[in-house]
Write a protein that binds this ligand. Sequence first.
Ligand code: ADP
Length: 414
Amino acid sequence: MRSVEALETIYRPWLLRVTRRLARGEELRTNLAQILEQFYNALIQAVETGDPAWLDPILNEWVKAYTETEISSHELSLLAILGQLHLTTLDVAREILTEADALSLLSLAAPAFVYAFQTAARLEMERTIERISWDLEKANASLQRLDKSKSNFISVAAHELKTPLTLIEGYAAMLRDQLPASAEFEQARIILKGVNNGTRRLREIIDDMIDVSLIDNQLLSLNFQPVWINRLIDLLHKDLARSLEERQQILEIYPFDGWAEMTFGDSERLYQAFRNVLLNSIKYTPDGGKISISGRQLPGFVEIIIADTGIGIDPEDHLRIFDKFGNLGDVSLHSSGKTKYKGGGPGLGLSITKGIIEAHGGSIWVESPGYDEIKCPGSTFHILLPLRKTPPDDRTAKLFAPLYDTENFSGGSG
Ligand code: ADP
């Protein structure tokens, strides 16, 4: 018997058995019978022509018919259904046909079933991937919306806080000016100094919030001018001398090739960036610890390395600390001081630093074996800055042309 004839012979019992196995209820069986008839016709064509691609349309249709719930709950069942169809074909052929006819039919139908399994697996996988990418896109869009509203909130809050703060600062200054210099007002002067410290710290936080929203919205504008890294570091050393002394820490500076080179950059912003990293080094290093600044010159770049002997940072947090509010410490330990040991802040410093360095075309990263308050493995921050020998824009070029044209435009040994 020809294989196609054999397939036609077993069709009725095959259909009866498959519908019983796959669907409960008369209505379901009638629907299923129509679909199975399409499959069977395609199978006959595939066997007759030797081209299993005849099965493509029906398989495609089945995979397309999955509901969203089936896909998201991973209840894809086409492979299982094909398994049942294959099994039933084997059973029915063995029962109804002669052994020789059954064998010849099954060996001719086998490639069509193998093809159907492979195609169904591929189509189901594609459908799942499509669904996952769509979910990811949706999640990404809602994260972006969330980040945008966080950024808007920071910006609005910062500007709203600035007005009353200016009022407090103004009245405190008036009070200070009007206080007689006599000894009986000493207590009032101490209280006013406290108010002053508080408002200064509050202004720093508000300024940080404004900087973060500028960076978030790509509005940070840089005032390019000639900068010497060694001079910035010298200034910082002087600025932080008191904090270092209070914490009995030593700051060692190792001059390196290229550190006295002139580069175009925003000196104020770069100073702020280096200061944030150094303040953290002081803050997260125990009393008596050591901090060092070294670096190296690379083709077109200078790398500044700030290392400390502090509590260190776990590798899984090496990227997170550069996110806004990426502070890892206990919120209850937040301190109004900028250099108190482990006195966590709002977690804006490093995100601003990263924004500033990246706006200069550079990058920043940290290396640390891990977080350990007992062993203090330390952290090493690397800042890579491009050495810009020429001004980045016409305005800067005009302003500084007489300067950078001269030969001896060097920062000296520092
Ligand atoms: P914060 O205001 O909390 O200091 P930063 O953005 O400056 O915020 O730093 C983010 C977090 O990174 C800190 O809360 C701290 O956990 C960690 N961190 C930063 N610098 C260091 C360092 N030198 N050693 C250990 N941890 C650090």
